[in-house]
Design a protein around this ligand. Structure first.
Ligand code: S3P
Length: 431
């Protein structure tokens, strides 16, 4: 049952302070690690987005007691070796992170489990995770020769592998490392381009020893995780929508506190600076497991840039909103080396280009990215979210600068990562 949202903001400026919700990647991992460790783990700043609630639901079905009170979560776990075999299918909803990381975790148990998700999950490639896990001895079956959900896992004894990643993917790296927890020997993952390192950081936080140097991660199997407290910082991927809004909506000034600025995630800050945005980054706590900062953005003139190579994995989820930013920048912005966009919640190259063209943007798709000529005035249109939260939010931010009404079909999907998104737009408009 999807509804249409009509947005007509008349170019009103955005002013004030917001606290963006907890980081999605870190929230998932906090529940996974807290469920693996025996004892009591507490989490603050947890993201109550649908994806993270899917992760909680899966672990409850494995017999882990998880209580949620506001954004605080308490986990009482019997420990991974004492989980129950679930009587039901584990439903991962729209969440690729849940599905792929769980595949790694479940492979090293003694349990039989079945996982499935929504229609989008049913199209996302799972062999990239299942293949290296099979090399470790995992028993995984799936639709179309193990490529897609539903996936069935028969937990088994695993052995460590030395694996060179064919694509930059934190989900694949994390699944292998999590399987490595119960594997015999030292699991090694080699990355050509560094992907987000939340798993490595959190393994340390839960008392594990892990070596990371020059794109090589080494992790000895058989380690026990120690229950602890996890403080989840604000999600830079959610902040990205308001960073761009603040940069392009005339007369705006937006402050966001406690935003995670882990360098493996913060590519958007570098892009904004290169494009001439008026951005200030005040680092708060550099010694925390995950560094945080207060970000302040003000409207400014922007110039085009080229986004390619090693920065791509560090801003992959921000590319839809960066494309909108580029429509307001002087010159030609080129985004390349980003073919991974085709296998996200939807094909984000096609979705971004199709929807921004409907608004009058001068944008074309390429095999591995897009080319955008700017600046162009955007007009109103009826847009689609493709059931993809980040496409829905990009369209809503476009409505802040469009000359007339933008309607968006199916904005419910925004709750996957940013349930309070429209409340935050209203807060900043009414300042
Ligand atoms: C994520 C990793 C990224 C990202 C996704 C979350 C994670 O995917 O796009 O939203 O939490 O590990 P890939 O690792 O597949 O690129």
């Amino acid at each position: 049952m999807s509804s249409t949202t009509s947005l007509d903001y008349n170019n009103a400026s955005l002013n004030g302070t917001i606290t963006v919700p907890g980081d999605k990647s870190i929230s998932h991992r906090s529940v996974m690690f807290g469920s693996i460790a025996q004892g009591k783990t507490t989490i603050s700043g947890f993201l109550l987005g649908e994806d993270c609630l899917s992760t909680i639901d899966c672990f409850r079905k494995l017999g882990v007691d998880i209580q949620v009170e506001g954004t605080n979560v308490t986990i009482l776990s019997p420990g991974m070796d004492n989980w129950e075999e679930p009587k039901e299918v584990l439903y991962t909803g729209n969440s690729g992170t849940t599905t792929r990381l769980m595949l790694g975790i479940l492979s090293g148990t003694t349990l039989h489990t079945i996982m499935t998700g929504d229609a989008s999950i049913g199209r996302r490639p799972m062999r990239r995770v299942a293949d290296p896990l099979r090399l470790m001895g995992a028993k995984i079956a799936g639709r179309e020769n193990g490529q897609f959900t539903p996936l069935a896992v028969q937990g088994s004894k695993l052995k460590a592998i030395d694996y060179t990643m064919p694509v930059a993917s934190a989900q694949v790296k994390s699944a292998i490392l999590l399987a490595g927890l119960r594997a015999e020997g030292t699991t090694i993952v080699r990355e050509k381009e560094v992907s987000r390192d939340h798993t490595e950081r959190m393994l340390k936080q839960f008392g594990a020893t892990i070596e990371v140097a020059d794109g090589v991660v080494a992790f000895e199997g058989g380690q026990q995780l120690q229950a602890t407290h996890v403080n989840v910082p604000g999600d830079i991927s959610s902040a990205a929508f308001f960073l761009v809004a603040g940069a392009i909506v005339p007369g705006s000034e937006i402050v966001m506190e406690n935003v995670g600025v882990n360098p493996t995630r913060a590519g958007i800050l570098e892009v904004l600076e290169k494009m001439g945005a008026d951005l200030s980054v005040a680092l708060a706590d550099e010694t925390a497991a995950e560094p945080t900062a207060t970000l302040t953005i003000r409207t400014s003139n922007l110039k085009a840039t080229i986004i390619e190579g090693e920065i791509i994995p560090r801003l992959i989820d921000e590319i839809p909103i960066i494309a909108l930013l580029a429509t307001q920048a002087e010159g030609t912005t080129i985004i390349r080396d980003a073919e991974e966009l085709k296998v996200k919640e939807t094909d984000r190259i096609t979705a971004v280009v199709t929807e921004l063209q409907k608004l009058g943007a001068d944008i074309e798709a390429t095999e591995d990215g897009m080319i955008i000529h700017g600046p162009t005035k955007l007009h109103g249109a009826r847009l689609k979210s493709y059931g993809d939260h980040r496409i829905g939010m990009m369209s809503a931010i476009a409505a802040l600068i469009s000359t007339s009404l933008i309607e968006i079909d199916d904005t419910e999907c925004i709750a996957v990562s940013y349930p309070t998104f429209f409340e935050h737009v209203e807060t900043l408009l009414n300042k």
